[in-house]
Design a protein around this ligand. Structure first.
Ligand code: FCB
Length: 456
């Protein structure tokens, strides 16, 4: 039998959540409305009419949740800060809205858990959206004001900052495809939103440096390695276009200070000009970061399809097993992605800021026997380990998610947690994957699943 695959000393094991998905208390503490309140309360937008009004009630139950984290043994917790708690309405800055995060970060530190705060995980204050949202350059200035408040108020409690979570989703899904808030279907706005999100990232990093804060700051991108359906040159070219759209669009400006040429050309064709970019913007966007956050869930397989207007690309299902999200389970994709980042963008420190899976979990005899999730995580941890063995600069791994939560347009119908949430009572029930992860952390390496963790 192969020896246990050990992770390096000091490797950061964590779990991740996001404000709108777990906090609830949507009308408490002076919080204003966000675009996700509006979207989820609009009939037909979210499965079964679910909203984040109560969510997991993390806002009130955070102490119990921190205890669960402590027992799990994680060394870091990634959460996000709700912007509408700090800028609830036009012209009003509500610093007390940060009290919850001060209490949370303090509780984490008391338990030896390093707070990692995402500054924007999609809950834009509604009043800003009413003034153009990410389509407007004004929002970039507001994000800078918000950043300054966060750094000054929480800088001594939070040693790790993530400016944005998945700007690809915030712009493309929110403004282009319309399946996320604010629900617009306008490619011109989507391209502008993407640029403004990136610009606000760069400005926040600059400010962080100017303030001389001692922690680290980076950005989290959702990256999806792309494979051609066949080795034909047409399909290989299609894979390259999809990769540009999905990955390089964000990687290149942040890490190289340029947009892919082909992207500018395509944008020109589809919406008539990438007019949001002003001189100097790319220098700001490329302000050096301390780490890159990578969210990885699955891969894409594509074929050439001239009938598709945006990229001439058609998605083809991969042959691996699938999760409840209908996403293919493909751990090798994580290894390929990490290796590619290293090859094309250099040895920048990387954290996997999200990885996990939704399955159809049921409570049985007081437990949740989520063998599929254990297998999913074990496969992906092994892929990460392989990258580390080859000298890759991977610093940590945050499992998505600590607990089941509001899965955006899917509401509470998809469960990603390693802790089960009973939405009637809000009780937390650690799943088998929680206990398996606990052993991985304790042993510092990939332990096999125990019978209880494989039985279903
Ligand atoms: C990511 C999001 C996160 C969660 C997972 C499943 O795209 O960042 O909030 O919903 O997907």
């Amino acid at each position: 039998m192969r020896e246990m695959r050990k992770f390096p000393e000091g490797f950061v094991w964590g779990t991740a959540t996001a404000s709108y998905q777990v906090e609830g208390a949507a009308r408490e503490g002076g919080r204003g409305r966000s675009i996700w309140d509006t979207f989820s309360h609009t009939p037909g937008k979210v499965a079964e009419g679910h909203t984040g009004d109560v969510a997991c009630d993390h806002y009130h139950r955070y102490q119990d949740d921190v205890r669960l984290m402590k027992e799990l043994g994680i060394s870091s917790y990634r959460f996000s800060i709700a912007w509408p708690r700090v800028m609830p309405e036009k012209g009003r800055v509500w610093v007390k809205g940060l009290d919850f995060y001060k209490r949370l970060a303090t509780a984490l530190l008391e338990h030896g858990i390093r707070p990692a705060a995402t500054m924007y995980h999609w809950d834009l204050p509604q009043w800003m959206e009413d003034e153009g949202g990410w389509n407007s350059r004004e929002t970039v200035s507001r994000f800078l004001e918000y950043s300054e408040i966060l750094f000054r108020e929480l800088g001594d409690l939070v040693p790790m900052w993530i400016t944005h979570n998945e700007p690809w989703c915030a712009s493309i899904l929110g403004y282009g495809i319309g399946v996320h808030a604010p629900g617009l279907k306008d490619w011109r706005r989507a391209y502008r939103a993407a640029h403004h999100l990136l610009l606000s990232h760069g400005q926040a990093v600059r400010l962080y440096r100017e303030l001389g804060l001692p922690g680290e700051i980076g950005i989290t991108l959702n990256l999806t390695p792309v494979y051609a359906a066949t080795p034909n040159p047409e399909d290989l070219a299609a894979a390259d276009r999809q990769d540009m759209f999905q990955n390089r669009w964000f990687l290149d400006p942040v890490l190289r200070g340029e947009y892919p040429e082909e992207l500018l050309h395509r944008v020109d064709q589809v919406v008539g000009g990438f007019d949001a970019v002003k001189p100097g913007d790319l220098d700001v966007i490329a302000t050096p970061i301390d780490f890159l956050g990578v969210n990885y869930y699955t891969r894409a397989v594509v074929a050439d399809d001239p009938s598709e207007p945006l990229l001439s690309v058609r998605h083809v299902p991969g042959e691996g097993p699938r999760t409840e999200m209908d996403w293919e389970v493909y751990p090798d994709g994580l290894y390929d992605l990490l290796s590619r980042l290293r090859r094309d963008y250099g040895d920048i420190p990387i954290y996997i800021t999200e990885n996990g899976a939704a399955f159809d979990d049921r409570v049985q005899d007081g437990g949740v026997h989520d063998a599929d999730r254990v297998a999913y995580l074990a496969g992906h941890f092994a892929a990460a380990h392989r990258f580390l063995e080859e000298g890759g600069n991977l610093r940590g791994y945050y499992v998505w998610s600590l607990m089941d939560n509001f899965e955006w347009a899917f509401g509470y119908t998809k469960r990603f947690g390693i802790v089960y949430v009973d939405y009637d009572t809000l009780a937390r029930i650690p799943k088998d994957s929680y206990f398996w992860y606990q052993r991985v952390i304790r042993e510092g390496g990939l332990v096999p699943a125990e019978p209880a963790e494989t039985a279903r």
